[in-house]
Structures are given as C-alpha cells and as structure tokens.
Design a protein around this ligand. Structure first.
Ligand code: ADP
Ligand code: ZN
Ligand code: ZN
Length: 842
C-alpha cells in the first residue's frame, strides 16, 4: 500500500487528533504548528497541524482543504506547552491552541439561519400565512444571516422554537453553513526608498531632470530617510493633493522603490505614560533577590523563587533589574500580572526601563493590536512581554525569566471557556520547558506557593521592609452589627436567603467612628479609600409585608438594584428589569432596598460629606478602554477625596495621598462557604492596608466587622501573613484541602434540574469503579443553582497530595469515568464541565 503524506490535526472542542491527507501542491508547505481549513463532520473548521507523517491507507482520509499560514504560528515549544495544558486540564488540545492565539484571526464555518426566498418576495408574504413577528424575523434574516445564538439574543428564539420549525418547513428559511472571513488581517505599510538608478544619479543629474519643486522636495525628504525608508502614510500625513500628484509622478518615473512592510497597530505611548521618578540604587534586600534570580537565569536552570514582600517593598524594581540582566544574557522575559494591575503607572516603569523592547498585552486592546503584537513578538521584536493571564501563551522564544506578580490573585485562573487553566501553574510548566527561572511575587502568597516554599521547592526571597522605611499603618477592627448574625454558618445564612425570610433591620452603613475618621482625613486634605466588594446599589429589594425578593427569572439569584436607570440587574446573566412599584406576590407597595453596594455607599457618603469629591470605581464605572486608567490617574492627582470601590481598588495601585483605608463590610468574604474564603478575606485586608500611608505619614486601616475577634481578622490586622499562612495551612491539612490534596471539580449543566443530579450520581459510580482510592464529595446543587436557565450540580474528586503528587492518578480516574459516561450517552442533555485545581468549589 502506498504511503502518502498525512497531517495529524486537532480542532477546538473535540478530543483527539484526526488524520488528513496533504494535497500534492501543499506537500512542501504543511508544517506542525500551522492552521489549516479541514472538513469536519459536515462543516469546515480551522484546525491545527500537530504532526506531519507518512501514512498508509490514504483513501479513507479526507484532504486538507487549505493551508492558512505560510509559517507555523506555533513553535515546537508552544506545541509542547499547549499539549501539556490539554493533558493537565483535561481539555481538547484544539481549545488550548485556539485560546493561545489572538481572537478574530481564524476562519470558521458556522451554521446560520438564512432567508432563502427571493428578496422581493419578502414584500408579498401574505399576512395570513405569516404573523408580524414572523415577518420581522424574515426581514432581519434577509439583511444578514444569524446564528442560533444571535437569534436567541435578538428574538429570544431557540432551535426548538415552533416559529423556526414552521418557517423552515415552509421553505422560507434554512440553516446553512457559511464560512466567515477572519475579522483581523495583517496590515501593510508601503515603505519608500530611492530606486537604485535614482540613488546613483541623486547628486548629479537627478534634480535637474525634475521640473516640479514638489517633486524635488519629496525626493529630498525620502533621501533623508535612506537607507531605512519612510512610509507613504507618514510622508503624506496631512498633505495636499499636489504632493500626492508629485509622489505619483516620481513613482511613474521609476525614481522610487516601494516595499511592503507589516504595519504594527500599536504605539506604546498610547498606553498613557506619566512620569514618576525611578530609583537609582537597589536596597541590600533587593540586590540579594536580584542576584539570586540572575544566577538561576545565567545557569539556565528552571529554578523557582517566591518573592515575598509587603506592598511597596520594591518587588517591581526587583523584576525590572532581573529582566535587565536576563536581556544582557541574550534571554527574553515574560511578566504576568492580574489584568487590573496593568495600570499606566506600572507600564511606565517597564517602558522607561526597556523602551521599544517591551510590549504590553491587556484586554482593552483591539483584536487588531493584539494580532500585530503577537506576530511581532513571534518575530523577536519585543524581548520583554508584560501582560495579563493569556500572555502566558506569548510566542516569545528563548525565555530566561518568567515573573508572576500578585501570584495569589484568583484572576489568573480562566473561568470560561475551556481551557480552565491557571496562568501561574502554566507559567511554571512553561519555564520548565524553556529552562527559565520563575519568580512568584506577592505580599500575601497563595497557600500553594507558601507550602512549596516551606518545603524548599521554591526558594523564599524576602523583602521585609517598605522602601524608604515607610511604616505599617495602624489597623483596627470596628465592631459592627450587620444583618447576618456572627454565629450563622453560611448554610444557615443561605437557607434564610432562599427561604426568603425577612432580614433583620440594617445598621447604618458607616459606624460613628468611621464617619469621624473620614471627616477628619478629608478635612486634613488627605485621601480616603473605602472598599465594599459588591457593585450596584442594593443587592436586593424585599417586600416588607410578605418578604418576597425579586429574583432573576433565568438564574437563582436576587436581582441587584442599580440606581442608574432605576433598574434591577442580574449580576450573572445581565437580565435587566424595571423596578416594580408593587410586590409581584402580594401587591404591597412597601418594597425596600436591602444590603449595600458601591452605589449606595457613594450616595451615603455624598449625603454625609457634601463637600467631598467622591469617585466610584467598580466594573460598572471602570470598564471600557482606558476608563480604569483615567480614574486611577485622577485619584492619584488628588482630584478626588474619597475613592469607593470593589476589590479592584485594593490591587496594585500606588497612591501617595491616602491616609485612611477601610473595609466597609468584611464578613461577606469571610463567611463565604469555600475553602479559600478566609485566605481571600485576609489577603484583601492586607492588600488594602498596603494602600494607606505609604510614604511619610502613618496611615490608618479600619475594618468594620461583626466578628472583630475572629482569628482571621486579627491576624490580618496584625499584617502578619506568615502567621496567617501557618494557621491556615494547618486548617487545610486537617480538612484535606489544597495544597494538601488535589481537586477536580465536575459540574453538570442542563436545562432541567434532575438530569444534573442523575448524571453526577452516575459519574460517581463510574469514578469509584475507575479508582476506588479517589475520594468523592457530592454531588450537590451549586450555590447558585441556576444561571442563564441552566441548572448546575457539582461534585468534587479529591486525593491527598502525598499519594498522588503530580495528580496523575486523579486525572486518569476522572478521564476514564468521563469517557465511559460520554460513551454510554446516559444523560444526553447534560453537559459536563471539568475544572482541574478549581479556584472555588462552587
Ligand atoms: P512593590 O512592587 O513591592 O509594591 P515597588 O517596586 O513598586 O514595590 O516599589 C514601591 C515604591 O518604591 C515605588 O515608588 C518605587 O519606585 C520605589 N522604590 C523601589 N525600589 C527602590 C529603591 N531601591 N530606592 C528608592 N525607591 C525605590
Ligand atoms: Zn409582598
Ligand atoms: Zn440572571
């Protein structure tokens, strides 16, 4: 049997690799790491070549329809890295490769509902046969084909809706596969230089031959840019028609040479670069850290460091110096930060240190910018990349150092869609593949990293003091009586919420003491930061006579009252409703707003301190390109006295004028039923403490809580993370949670509730059979049972770390159980979601 060239191809959302025949014409073009368009089931998809091989029996295999790249978009190293992610996170390799690429560059075939009648016929469709709604739908589909998802959004229809079925049966609409062109393409510049003859004649006869002064002028300018050349766009910027004509003439005369060059739609200066002074000399502690890290980089060893230092202790400066040395050794560097920390302040420090050798990646950039940066990074133009979670996939070659700042941040974990990867853990693996050193930095390291440092796997580097000797702020808990009794377990609290019992009357939002402190601070022309980790105005409305709470019709959560637009909004699916005048259940008009969101806090402050300038920062006000950055700059410039916000204000910001920081209600975090909730609560308090009184004055941090004596609040107030971590690790060990165990969360999602429960019970049996050693918790309904009309149940599979240090055994058991579950097709309506190392167990 003849051997024929075949490619192994992976596609998104489907496990496994598939063989395709390579057409003779593509024989010399196809390489691993390239994108290809392949027929799959009965549509066409963008897939990724992972291997090219000679194989037998080519007749059964379909050919690759077209090769989409002329060079591989994934290096061998990135292929290996993404394969590890696919394996570790139990998710199709094609999903990982898709997530690694900038969005909007792939061709994909989707099924679209299309109007298939003649356009003119639309006018004459009889009103008897079609309703107004039908005709509106047809008119929309005539303008533009729509996917099932778009139909759901715009018309509230699902594929099961009778309208669609009827229209399809009547033959006026059809579901057809269409290939969409990519949204983003490479843009080119035309770069002009003198042509060879023009260059040779430039000094002698050329000018004399030109009669127009415009032509002479242009030629002189182009000559000034020799030998690099100048782009046509730059040459003609804001110019007149005469110059255009002159340029055209020069081109016709053959005096110019034009070459195409890739255009980069990114300008580092657009990232707002304010100026602050840079330190000139490192402290001894910083120097020690930098040299330890540099040694590892130089040795090319994948050594791991935990850089533990309070906010303001100079960690960022350590990263910068260590990167400088990595560059000097000819290596490249990757810096990962939580999205929210990518502020102009931070960017400016990296930009001043590395100039045009550093690129930044964040979510406010357009797909075109991300695409250009991706290609330029791959081409080696930027040896330093600073970015959020997904920058872990940056196509940097020769990485010598990876930094993960604020490594404890939950936002490093991708929540949806798959792969549900954790950028920190992936970075550790990427570093290992690249033989690069890794620095994890934090003032409040995660329990995982702390545990590894204690065990000696990571080398602990400490920066024990704030630079310039700034002192720790004074911290104090203010006893505060909220609606939730201190001894309520969350289960009780939740039960009361779900039984819709009337909550107790609320205490004033701000205690007398906090109010006084705010007044004094503002009067002294200093700034105040108030953290309330909940956006909106009031988390719910409640009927005073019957206790009913308006809930989202699609999710099992209460609707949050938003003052802007006077609407009720669901924070899970963004359902919006007008505020009802009367209770839907009993008709009473006694509806009151309950609970505190940032808007309500802002209102309260405005009433109490009419002269103070108040800024609110949460995802309602600070999302959208540049908004967050503008707010940060404005507050730093003391254009406001009080900053109110969600946790986003506690992260990575450096405000010199803040003397008072307060947590308005600390308890919601603390009592959330998750094994990480105490860690989060304590970290948030410490992070906020880092914001107060950073330089010359001793700042003050106040925490309003119903449980001022709670050990977590107490250690947090002592600002002693080591003490907290030791106690917390002991608890985790006893309760068998990470880092002492490995977890995989399995979530069943379906339109009805009972199949979810059944599916997980079934899976539980399969899991027991696959490996009786695996410990199983649940199944149980998720805390938020329903989101966007889909019910959710969860189950947790767990093993002790010492029994399965790499987690191989647990992954294998889950993989086997899920495979047999899918094979049996016992619950076809249920979708299983698998979350390896879940951040939260809900
Ligand atoms: P962190 O990242 O730990 O919060 P930074 O590196 O941002 O700390 O340092 C905090 C502040 O101290 C910054 O304004 C920085 O410019 C300054 N700084 C850092 N290192 C030094 C140093 N060696 N000498 C003087 N100032 C420094
Ligand atoms: Zn009522
Ligand atoms: Zn909802």
């Amino acid at each position: 049997m003849p051997s024929v060239l075949c490619a192994r191809v992976v596609v998104p959302a489907i496990d496994g690799a598939f063989s395709y025949r390579v057409k003779p014409a593509d024989r010399h073009r196809v390489q691993p790491g390239m994108r290809v368009l392949v027929p799959f089931a009965n549509r066409r998809l963008t897939g990724f070549v992972i291997e090219v091989e000679l194989a037998d029996d080519p007749l059964a295999t379909k050919p690759i329809e077209s090769v989409l790249d002329s060079l591989p978009v994934f290096s061998a190293e990135l292929l290996e890295f993404t394969r590890w992610i696919s394996d570790y996170y139990l998710c199709p390799w094609g999903d990982v490769l898709k997530a690694a690429l900038p969005a909007g560059i792939s061709l994909d075939e989707k099924r679209y509902y299309t109007y298939v009648g003649a356009p003119e016929a639309l006018e004459s469709l009889s009103a008897l046969q079609f309703s107004d709604a039908d005709r509106a739908l047809l008119a929309a589909l005539n303008t533009e084909p729509l996917t099932a998802e778009q139909l759901r959004r715009r018309f509230g229809l699902t594929s099961a809706s009778p309208e669609l079925k009827r229209l399809r049966a009547a033959g006026v609409i059809d579901l057809r596969p269409l290939l969409r062109p990519p949204l983003v393409r490479t843009k080119y510049d035309q770069v002009l230089t003198l042509s060879d003859p023009a260059r040779a004649a430039y000094a002698t006869s050329l000018f004399a031959s030109l009669r127009s002064v415009h032509q002479q002028q242009l030629l002189r300018e182009i000559h000034d840019y020799e030998p690099d050349g100048i782009t046509r766009a730059e040459l003609l910027r804001g110019e007149s028609a005469t110059r255009r004509a002159a340029l055209k003439r020069l081109l016709e005369l053959g005096h110019l040479h034009v070459r195409q060059e890739e255009h980069v739609r990114w300008d580092p200066r657009n990232e707002h670069v304010p100026h602050t002074a840079d330190p000139t000399q490192l402290t001894p502690a910083q120097l020690g850290a930098v040299s330890a890290i540099s040694e590892a980089v130089e040795a090319g060893s994948p050594r791991q460091f935990l850089l533990f230092g309070v906010t303001g202790s100079g960690k960022t400066q350590v990263y910068i110096e260590a990167i400088r040395r990595a560059l000097a050794l000819g290596r490249t560097a990757l810096v990962l930060l939580p999205e929210i920390a990518l502020t102009p302040f931070l960017w400016s420090r990296f930009y001043r240190a590395f100039g045009d050798r550093v690129a930044i990646q964040h979510s406010a950039q357009s797909p075109a910018v991300r695409y250009d940066l991706w290609r330029q990074i791959a081409a080696g133009r930027y040896p330093v990349v600073v970015g959020a979670r997904s920058a872990v996939f940056a196509p940097l070659a020769g990485i010598g150092l990876i930094v993960i700042d604020e490594e404890h941040e939950a936002s490093f974990k991708q929540m949806e869609p798959p792969p549900l990867y954790h950028a920190r853990d992936c970075a550790l693996m990427r570093a290992r593949l690249a033989q690069a050193a890794v620095v994890l930095g934090s003032a409040t390291p995660s329990m995982e990293s702390w545990y590894h440092a204690q065990a000696g796997r990571y080398r602990l580097l400490e920066l024990p003091e704030r630079v310039g000797g700034a002192v720790h702020p004074l911290t104090r808990a203010i006893p505060y009586q909220p609606a939730v009794a201190a001894d309520d377990s969350y289960e009780q609290y939740k039960e009361r919420r779900f039984k819709r019992q009337q909550p107790a009357p609320e205490a004033p939002i701000l205690s007398e003491e906090l109010r006084t402190r705010i007044a004094l601070t503002v009067a002294a022309h200093k700034q105040v930061m108030l953290l309330q980790n909940r956006r909106g105005h009031s988390p719910f409305l409640i009927c005073k006579s019957c206790g009913d709470i308006p809930m989202c019709p699609h999710c099992s959560v209460s609707l949050t009252f938003h003052r802007k637009g006077q609407v009720l909004r669901c924070h899970y699916c963004d359902q919006r409703e007008a505020v009802p005048a009367r209770c839907a259940k009993c008709g009473s008009d006694q509806l009151s707003r309950y609970g505190i969101g940032t808007q309500r806090l802002e209102d309260e402050l405005a009433t109490l301190f009419p002269a103070a300038r108040i800024l609110r920062m949460d995802s309602d006000t600070a999302s959208g390109a540049g908004k967050h950055a503008k707010m940060v700059s404005a507050f730093a410039a003391h254009e406001y006295d009080i900053l109110v916000g969600t946790q986003m204000i506690a992260k990575g910001l450096d405000f010199a004028g803040v003397d008072l920081a307060a947590v308005v209600r600390a308890d919601a975090e603390l009592f959330f039923p998750d094994f990480r909730s105490t860690e989060r609560a304590a970290s948030l308090i410490l992070q906020l403490a880092g914001r107060a009184g950073r330089r010359d004055v001793r700042g003050e941090v106040l925490v309003q809580t119903a449980v001022p004596d709670h050990p977590v609040i107490q250690t947090a107030l002592r600002q002693n993370w080591r003490e907290f971590a030791e106690a917390e690790l002991a608890t985790r060990d006893r309760s068998n949670f990470p880092p002492y165990s490995r977890l995989i969360l399995i979530r069943a999602v379906a339109r009805e509730e009972s199949p979810c429960a059944r599916a997980l019970l079934k899976l539980r049996t399969l899991l027991k059979k696959a490996d009786p050693f695996v410990d199983i918790l649940g199944p149980a309904p998720a805390i938020v049972l329903k989101i966007e009309d889909r019910y959710r149940y969860t189950m947790l599979a767990r093993v002790r770390r010492e029994a399965d240090s790499a987690g191989q055994r647990l992954r294998q058991a889950v993989r086997r159980a899920v495979d047999s579950f899918r094979k049996e097709k016992a619950e076809p309506g249920v979708k299983l979601e698998i979350d390896v190392d879940p951040q939260s167990i809900n």
